[in-house]
Design a protein around this ligand. Structure first.
Ligand SMILES: Cc1ncc(COP(=O)(O)O)c(C=O)c1O
Length: 444
């Protein structure tokens, strides 16, 4: 295992010292990983959570901190897949769930809590006139694709190279660099024959592709900021041009805000001032419990009525009262504390700038991308500037070294500053970055 990570570094055994410290600090995680491999393929339940030599097993989380099974404390920046905007176990969310479970965890009937939840969503998400709840972002993007095809009566869907919309058959295409290979065996080519990719932020080429497919185009699904693809924000011009082209061809614009939702006043669509027809939501929306949602213009959403034309929102656990209670607590808090967005945006900006400045002082060019509370540090190489989905060995090494100092990014992935991270946390991350930057850039 250790060898395979060193091989990834093409023989530059830069990480050996850091791996040694890691294995000494996390003996119980290693044992737990070995146990997990006996029951889970690869020892995990979400591929992204695995990293070499073995992932940390986390036991608890509170605020901006998590603790692993060895008892090590970390400033967490992974934050529930960049969803825990109010930190782990926020008191208002815990209280809401405690009150709810006195009554029911889930009973499988319609309930008033779901209505209150949807009313809050309509208040906070500009394009939301109607809401359909489900249990994951993967389901939400699948339903949004179906609605777009049904509403327009057309088949073609466009998605960005490097965009990740969950593991559904229709959209799991063009995710990993260089975006040509099949993402998974078991997805028949036919399931994706009407899904095509567009180059993110390349307006001219994207508009050409839209023109090529114009008359058959059902919709374009886009993350306003590629999340899993490296926290790479769209330019406002790009989104505006795509929106205009979509309107011209009587197609729909779907924003996948599973990551960006509720990180800006009015979500990313408010931040960019571009209105999609449909939006998919997840992560933050559930306040820590599983959730997904497709929301949007009434005439499109109404296709999902029972007895209507489009099947949207099966799901035994859709609208369950436990998630409704944690979701309501989260959205109410955000509604009552809009200052949160300024705070996380300014701390996020400080961290992005600070990291790049430190690496610059050590003679390396980094680009810590992201908007608002998001960040992902890239070490662009000569041949490929910043490409989502491409393994960035230095980015991995930087994050991996931080772990030994109690700062936890999922190595090589993006991170989130939440409402409960502090200026002191940011200073600490920058201080430790200063400690490890030399090793990352020059080796030992
Ligand atoms: C933008 C985006 N869409 C959809 C999904 C899928 O959501 P879920 O993991 O809840 O199925 C994700 C998950 O990371 C995501 O980042």
């Amino acid at each position: 295992m250790l060898q395979s990570i060193l091989d990834d570094f093409m023989g530059e055994a830069l990480l050996e010292d850091a791996l040694q410290i890691y294995t000494e600090r996390t003996k119980k995680s290693k044992e737990t990983y070995e146990r997990a491999r006996e029951v889970f393929p690869g020892g995990i339940n979400h591929n992204i959570r695995f990293f070499e030599p073995y992932p940390l097993y986390i036991k608890s989380g509170k605020g901006s901190r998590v603790w692993d099974v060895d008892g090590n404390e970390y400033i967490d920046l992974w934050m529930l897949h960049m969803g825990a905007i109010l930190g782990h176990s926020h008191p208002a969310i815990v209280k809401a769930l405690q009150e709810q479970i006195e009554h029911s965890l889930h009973h499988g009937f319609v309930n008033e809590k779901a209505i209150e939840f949807a009313e809050l969503i309509c208040d906070l998400v500009p394009c939301a006139e109607k809401v359909r709840l489900c249990c994951s972002g993967t389901e939400a993007t699948q339903y949004a694709s179906r609605l777009a095809r049904a509403y327009t009566g057309k088949k073609i869907l466009l998605k960005a190279k490097g965009g990740w919309h969950g593991g559904n058959d229709v959209l799991q295409k063009g995710v990993s660099y260089p975006f040509e290979a099949k993402e998974s065996l078991g997805i028949p080519g036919e399931a994706q024959m009407y899904t095509h990719t567009i180059p993110f932020n390349d307006t001219e080429s994207t508009l050409d592709i839209i023109e090529d497919h114009g008359k058959d185009l059902a919709g374009i699904i886009l993350e306003p900021m590629l999340g899993a693809g490296g926290c790479i924000p769209a330019t406002r011009e790009y989104l505006k041009a795509v929106k205009e082209a979509v309107v011209k061809h009587d197609a729909l614009l779907i924003f996948d805000e599973v990551i960006t939702g509720f990180k800006f006043a009015g979500c990313a669509q408010g931040y960019y001032g571009v209105a999609p027809n449909l939006t998919t939501l997840g992560k933050t929306l559930g306040g820590g419990l599983p959730v997904g949602s497709v929301v949007g213009e009434e005439q499109i959403m109404n296709l999902a009525e029972p007895g209507g034309k489009v099947w949207v929102g099966g799901g035994t656990f859709s609208g369950n009262v436990s998630t409704m209670s944690t979701g309501i607590a989260t959205l109410k808090y955000l509604k009552d504390h809009p200052d949160v967005y300024d705070k996380i945006g300014s701390l996020g900006g400080e961290l992005r700038k600070g990291i790049d400045k430190i690496f610059d002082e050590h003679g390396a060019i980094t680009r810590t991308t992201g908007i608002g509370p998001f960040l992902n540090t890239h070490f662009p190489s000569k041949d490929v500037s910043i490409m989502s989905g491409k393994f960035d060995a230095k980015g991995f090494e930087y994050n991996f070294r931080l772990i030994n100092y109690g700062i936890l990014f999922l190595p090589g992935r993006g991170g989130l500053i939440s409402a409960v991270h502090s200026k002191m946390d940011v200073n600490k991350i920058l201080e430790v970055t200063g400690e490890v930057a030399g090793e990352v850039v020059h080796g030992n």
